[in-house]
Ligand binder design. Structure first.
Ligand SMILES: Cc1cc2nc3c(=O)[nH]c(=O)nc-3n(C[C@H](O)[C@H](O)[C@H](O)COP(=O)(O)O)c2cc1C
Length: 161
């Protein structure tokens, strides 16, 4: 990408953060960034880190670091937590709070990502499609007691091992 294209993308992001901040100043602003195009000449991690830093200066509170399937010739290597390194890089180099996404599908893995400082939070998508009760299951697996079990499910609550 040219410097002009990068600056245009960054300006657009910062303007959106400004506008959202003006419209709902009482809410945190979460920004999803596609960390890399996985392709030569495409958007990359260094650019993502720079934009995250700038957007944070405009008031963004947390960056959800993903990556995209947008370029025909890209080569993506997937596997459990395959984008966590991107989140850790942005957190370290830009000094901003991040969440990690991408094939994080069990509670222990999610916990380890936060515990080792790679990310401040973990978000999941496909596991929720498989199991809408993922949070309830995961909290049980981590030995956490949460108080938002729907009453009609209480008798189905898993017993900790
Ligand atoms: C087919 C596919 C295409 C995706 N494309 C993008 C994308 O262009 N940009 C992006 O930030 N995330 C993209 N994602 C990531 C998702 O938005 C989301 O962060 C991810 O699915 C969450 O991880 P999980 O579903 O493994 O829990 C894509 C995911 C899938 C499965």
């Amino acid at each position: 990408m040219t410097t002009a294209e990068i600056c245009a993308a960054a300006r657009g992001c910062c303007r959106i953060v400004d506008a959202v901040g003006r419209a709902v100043p009482e809410l945190p602003i979460l920004v999803r960034l596609s960390a890399t195009d996985w392709a030569d000449g495409g958007w990359d991690l260094a650019q993502t880190t720079t934009v995250a830093r700038w957007a944070a200066e405009h008031g963004a509170d947390l960056f959800d670091i993903s990556s995209g399937g947008l370029v025909a010739h890209q080569r993506i290597t997937t596997g459990p937590g395959y984008q966590v390194g991107f989140a850790a890089h942005v957190r370290r180099e830009a000094g901003v709070p991040v969440s990690a996404v991408g094939l994080i599908e069990d509670a222990a893995h999610a916990e380890q990502i936060v515990a080792d400082g790679s990310a401040d939070a973990v978000m999941a998508a496909r596991e929720w499609s498989r199991d809408p009760h993922f949070a309830l299951r995961a909290s049980t697996e981590l030995g956490e007691t949460i108080d938002y079990w729907p009453a009609q499910y209480l008798r189905a609550r898993p017993r900790p091992a």
